[in-house]
Design a protein. Structure first.
Length: 483
């Protein structure tokens, strides 16, 4: 049994993080990369200890949790590789040009520097990949920021043990004390968010909690960036041509996606749009009826799902297609547009809504009814190219990731990934919480003008001793700065 962090303990964690900020920022990217690799190795080595705790606290199956450990350690190694390679710094050098018009240009050298201590609010639905050792922590460490994690109450023992493994690995590798800290308790998290030593925050959770924390972050005497992932419906739109080509496959894939992880993925497809007369209802009902019952993450989430499902069942115009461990509801675009606020409210769990459209105009109106989402998906065929070209800008305006003939659950950890979207899916749509560029959330640019070479940060010096890529006078190169 764990208890809330005391006032004295919180002060120690914040003080240690503040003390670690300067040496972390000054650390060479390759050195910091080795610290992060040490954490990845330690997580893998501790999997046999950590996974049983996660099973007990989350009710998630062992294969899923072992996959999460591998995802978390793999993500850390990706950031370590990106650090060692150097492009996370986004170095740009414009050498002096006394002949530049209309005025001479000074020597300018731009680099990204870390913000300082970052507060991470851990999520419930991924006890590893979006928790203490998740993407927010990994990206902040890669940026050179100390991290204070506010543990999620859904897996407190796991949070304590994971943090201990990571802290031991960091210290053994040579990272400064205070590089990572853990706190527990809702009020403790709020207090930390208000503390002037915290320079940014990351959050994954509900819309009400995220909005409340965002308000605190931006109304501090010194406002700070708050990167919140809040809620998403992740609509899927299907054309008649796609149904004709592979209707059964679509039905099976949809049910598999919205019930994955007992419907507790942030990218769960909450609505499936099909043309009227699609003929897939029997297949959808059969697939949903074959889903086995499984426990949700915790009693609070199960209770929230139950009340959300009860609310949906009472909405006029929604009918029950399949009831059980996986619930399917049905309606039409006309009914959705009439009751948009009631129907387009996320219900976190194994439920989804099949919506029929009777024309391309109705399909377009359905797309336009949505607010911001993490994802939007189009299932279509090559003959639908003209329609797809018309829909793509509408989907792009409402989602951070647009999929073709796939399913939104499953977020690849890569350089090109964008896991974010317009509000309310995230507070800041210009950033991602997954992928190498997630580190950009916890950095800011600084330009040095006419600074002597010997005084400059090492990565900006003429000789480029680290051999990292830099954009010099518009050209990306690892060469020295021309004299």
């Amino acid at each position: 049994m764990t208890s809330d962090t005391t006032t004295a303990e919180l002060e120690q964690v914040l003080s240690d993080a503040a003390a670690a900020a300067k040496p972390l920022a000054a650390s060479a990217p390759a050195v910091r990369a080795e610290w992060i690799r040490a954490v990845a190795d330690a997580l893998d080595a501790a999997a046999d200890e950590l996974v049983p705790i996660a099973i007990r606290e989350s009710s998630l199956p062992e294969p899923r949790l072992r996959g999460e450990v591998a995802r978390s350690s793999g993500q850390l190694r990706m950031f370590a590789d990106a650090l060692a390679e150097g492009s996370l710094l986004e170095i740009i050098i414009d050498t002096a040009d006394p002949q530049a018009k209309p005025v001479p240009r000074p020597d300018l050298r731009r680099v990204l520097v870390p913000l300082g201590p970052v507060l991470v609010f851990a999520a419930s639905n991924f006890p590893f990949a979006f928790s203490v050792c998740g993407g927010d922590t990994a990206s902040a460490l890669a940026a050179g920021c100390p991290v204070v994690v506010k543990a999620h109450p859904g897996h407190p023992e796991l949070s304590v043990r994971t943090a201990a493994v990571m802290i031991d690995a960091l210290l053994a590798a040579g990272a400064p004390a205070g590089t990572l800290g853990l706190i527990q308790g809702y009020d403790v998290g709020v207090t930390a968010l208000k503390d002037p030593r915290i320079t940014a925050a990351g959050f994954t959770g509900s819309v009400p909690a995220g909005k409340a924390l965002h308000e605190i972050a931006v109304t501090r005497p010194e406002p700070i960036p708050f990167y919140g992932e809040l809620g998403s419906l992740n609509p899927v739109f299907v054309t008649q041509a796609a149904i004709d080509a592979r209707g059964n496959e679509i039905a099976a894939g949809y049910v598999g996606s919205f019930t994955l992880g007992v419907g507790q993925f942030c990218t769960k497809p909450g609505l499936l749009f099909l043309p009227a007369g699609h003929g897939l209802e029997d297949q959808l009902i059969e697939a949903a009826g074959g889903v086995a019952a499984a426990p949700m993450l915790n009693d609070r989430i199960a209770s929230g799902f139950s009340s959300g499902l009860d609310r949906l069942r009472k909405v006029d115009g929604l009918r029950v297609l399949s009831d059980g461990p996986a619930t399917l509801l049905g309606t039409t675009v006309a009914e959705l547009l009439e009751r948009r606020e009631e129907i387009l409210e996320e219900c976190f769990g194994p439920v989804s809504i099949v919506v029929e459209y009777s024309s391309i105009e109705e399909l377009t109106a359905a797309v336009e009814a949505f607010e911001g989402n993490l994802t939007a998906t189009l299932h279509a065929e090559s003959d639908d190219a003209d329609l797809a070209r018309d829909l793509l800008p509408l989907l792009t305006a409402r989602a951070g990731r647009v999929l073709w003939n796939g399913w939104p659950t499953g977020v690849a950890v890569s350089w090109a990934q964008h896991h974010g979207g317009p509000f309310p899916s995230t507070v800041g749509s210009i950033h991602t919480s997954v992928g190498a560029t997630a580190a950009r959330r916890f950095q800011r640019p600084v330009a040095y003008q006419d600074i002597p070479d010997a005084v400059l940060p090492e990565v900006l010096r003429n000789t480029n001793p680290a051999g990292i890529p830099r954009r010099i006078n518009g050209v990306v190169t690892t060469a020295e700065v021309p004299q």
